[in-house]
Design a protein around this ligand. Structure first.
Ligand code: GUN
Length: 301
């Protein structure tokens, strides 16, 4: 079997085109263009690329993207003050703090990342990292969906991969991908998309016994571990759908968490790296920014 390639880049382009239209309609209704403020602390090269990509994507969608670049020497207090200023700035609809924060930041003491993320106004929290937004997601009444898991939900839906009643194995329990992914696919009421709810979900991680057998039992296998090519062909059931969230630089090549050549021999469909899940994350960030602008322009919110 040679797996169908699930083209995240194409799906993301489709979503971004629709968002650009929705943004124009929002502006035509008399509102200011939505505005996303990204805070980048330090000089991490990968983070600089991500933030530049976000700026470009905002511009193409008609969203104002501003980046606040702070030196690694910034203190925790200064970072919290920057976020407080953006929280109270009515012209800013969405705020994101690019992760990871530099380990040697805050004058060499490192940042308290949790306190930083907790300080973002939940109504502007377009990453959906704040405890309020995580709690709302858990209860099936989300305000914002976290960007990468939401992108995967969109990809499954738009590529017509059936999810209801299927066994999904998520490998990796991060707060950004694994945990919310498992929660979204297991939702009962379709609050995260009717077509992509009602799965039976196993959340596997680094301490899981019998990882190979558990992966082999998946109808849909989602790898989000950050270990290059950890998921090998013999861990995948014939005909399974494989979603690879990993982006790992190995020598001068980008590889996922899945061994693509082996997996595409057994899977029925698979996302490539790059060009799979990655482009969807930014598309859903734009979606959340427009959504934030709408929420802030709705009386009573
Ligand atoms: N770094 C890697 N992924 C993410 C993300 O989804 N949001 C933010 N803010 N930083 C990241």
């Amino acid at each position: 079997m040679t797996a169908e390639r699930l083209d995240g880049k194409r799906v993301a382009a489709e979503i971004r085109e629709q968002i650009a239209v929705d943004v124009q309609n929002f502006i035509s209704a008399g509102h200011s263009p939505p505005c996303l403020a990204a805070i980048l602390v330090g000089e991490d090269p990968a983070s600089q690329v991500y933030v530049r990509n976000k700026e470009r994507a905002c511009e193409k969608a008609g969203i104002i993207g501003q980046t606040i670049r702070l030196p690694a020497s910034t203190t925790q207090e200064e970072l919290l003050q920057t976020i407080a200023r953006l929280n109270s700035d009515e012209s800013v609809n969405g705020i994101l703090v690019q992760l990871p924060l530099p380990k040697d930041g805050n004058q060499g003491n490192g940042f308290d990342e949790r306190a930083v993320l907790d300080s973002v106004d939940p109504l502007k929290d377009v990453d959906a990292f704040s405890p309020v937004n995580v709690g709302l997601l858990m209860q099936g009444r989300h305000r914002f969906l976290p960007c990468t898991p939401h992108g995967i939900v969109q990809l499954l839906h738009r590529c017509k991969v059936p999810v209801a009643g299927k066994h999904v194995v998520v490998v990796g329990r991060s707060d950004i991908v694994g945990k919310p992914m498992a929660m979204m696919l297991a939702q009962r009421d379709g609050s995260c998309g009717q077509e992509t709810a009602n799965a039976t979900v196993t959340l596997a991680h680094s301490r899981t016994s019998n990882l190979k057998q558990i992966c082999q039992s998946a109808d849909i296998l989602i790898a989000a571990v950050g270990v290059p090519e950890m998921i090998r062909g013999d861990m995948i059931r014939s005909g399974a759908v494989v979603i690879d969230v990993g982006i790992n630089r190995v020598k001068d090549r980008l590889v996922g968490d899945v061994h693509y050549a082996e997996a595409s021999e057994v899977a029925s469909a698979i996302t490539p790296v790059p060009g799979g899940v990655g482009p969807l994350t930014i598309a859903m960030l734009l979606h959340n920014t427009l959504n934030a602008a709408r929420l802030q322009n709705t009386p009573g919110e």
